[in-house]
Design a protein around this ligand. Structure first.
Ligand code: ZN
Ligand code: ZN
Length: 232
């Protein structure tokens, strides 16, 4: 069996793994159709080519050169790169500013996102104090409205004794009710907006990034003490 046929067989077993965590298997991409050209000019020292993130060149995963970085920083494992991008919430190379083609999906669903946000120590106290204010405000507003509606006739009769016309008493109480309701609605709106806007900003920016590699990406597969170059 020639060296080239052996190379094809070993490359057939290689997979580029994308994604991190439990969703890893969804985006496995088998490199079965890669054309490998092994010639002396492509053979380099294995020790000199390592992943710029984990500083290894394992035989289990190909090293790729996905951006414009050159030299010792050119190569990286796809899984290492995606993990780094997910942790840093970036979709570009911070060295050469190359913007990767990527698919971004929300990391958390709505309910889980809200739960995680509210449970975070940084937000917990703020959420709790706003919730207490909202509950107290609701109780006070309910009490004022109940008193206003139930006491309308009492205010009218008391006003009559002082010579104030019935319609003025009713108008004044109605205006008071309107002011209480508007004050309540505006305050609750401000409290909710104060909580929802930062949560929403965090929720939409917390994404899982999966790279979509162009066909021209350089790959290096390690076989024994040699490396084999190819293009995806
Ligand atoms: Zn790596
Ligand atoms: Zn780069």
């Amino acid at each position: 069996m020639s060296d080239e046929i052996k190379s094809f067989q070993s490359i057939d077993k290689l997979k580029v793994v994308s994604g991190i965590g439990p969703e890893k298997t969804s985006s496995h991409k088998t490199l079965s159709k890669i054309s490998v050209h092994k010639s002396p000019k492509h053979v380099q020292s294995v020790a000199s080519i390592v992943c710029r993130i984990c500083h290894t060149n394992t035989v289990n995963e190909a090293l790729i050169s996905p951006c414009n970085c050159k030299g010792s920083l050119a190569y990286v494992h796809l899984s290492c790169l995606e993990r780094w991008l997910n942790q840093s919430s970036r979709s570009y190379c911070e060295l050469c500013m190359f913007r990767y083609s990527s698919v971004q999906t929300k990391r958390y669903g709505l309910c889980r996102g809200i739960r995680l946000w509210m449970g975070h120590p940084r937000n917990r106290g703020h959420v709790r104090s706003d919730a207490i204010i909202a509950v107290l405000l609701t109780l006070v507003t309910s009490g004022l409205l109940t008193c206003s509606f139930l006491g309308m006739e009492y205010f009218v009769s008391e006003g009559g004794k002082l010579g104030i016309q019935r319609k003025w008493i009713r108008t004044s109480v109605s205006m008071f009710i309107l002011a209480v309701v508007m004050g309540y609605v505006v305050t609750i709106y401000l409290i909710i907006r104060d909580q929802v806007i930062p949560w929403h900003r965090w929720w939409i920016s917390t994404v899982d990034i999966r790279l979509v590699l162009p066909s021209s990406v350089n790959c290096k597969f390690f076989k024994g003490n040699d490396s084999v170059s190819s293009q995806m």
